[in-house]
Design a protein around this ligand. Sequence first.
Ligand code: DQA
Length: 147
Amino acid sequence: MKILVLHGPNLGLLGSREPGIYGHLTLADINRQIADAASEFGVEVECKQTDIEGELVQWIGQAGGEVDGLIINPAAYTHTSVAIRDAISASKLKTVEVHLSNTHAREEFRHISLTAPVCVAQIQGFGPAGYCLALKGLVDVLHSTED
Ligand code: DQA
């Protein structure tokens, strides 16, 4: 089983970006935690980051036939991107949306997610641990829907 993990814009700055909100771990640290969790659950993961909306759309489109599930933190595009929502929907991939922070406890413009309605679940507010929780949940869902 293979899971693709996509990190959206500005998440490459983790470690130095607003550590009071996002913590001190870098994206490389988080990706290591995800890789450790993946080997614990016996699945393969690939983690990628981009600041570019169209690149996320292309990666999701290509992933459709290649991976079993998707974990995505669309970052700011969560609140704006019909294109990413449509790409998730078109891919038919079981998808979990992750946010490090609790977006509902922040500015009002972060309270809306355009992408969450086309995902099987959303996890937010647990910091980097959210990715490993998402992986556990997604692997369970994928196993339960196996032929
Ligand atoms: C975020 C929340 C978004 O509102 C914000 O734009 C981000 C990060 C999070 O992980 O908490 O860049 O997705």
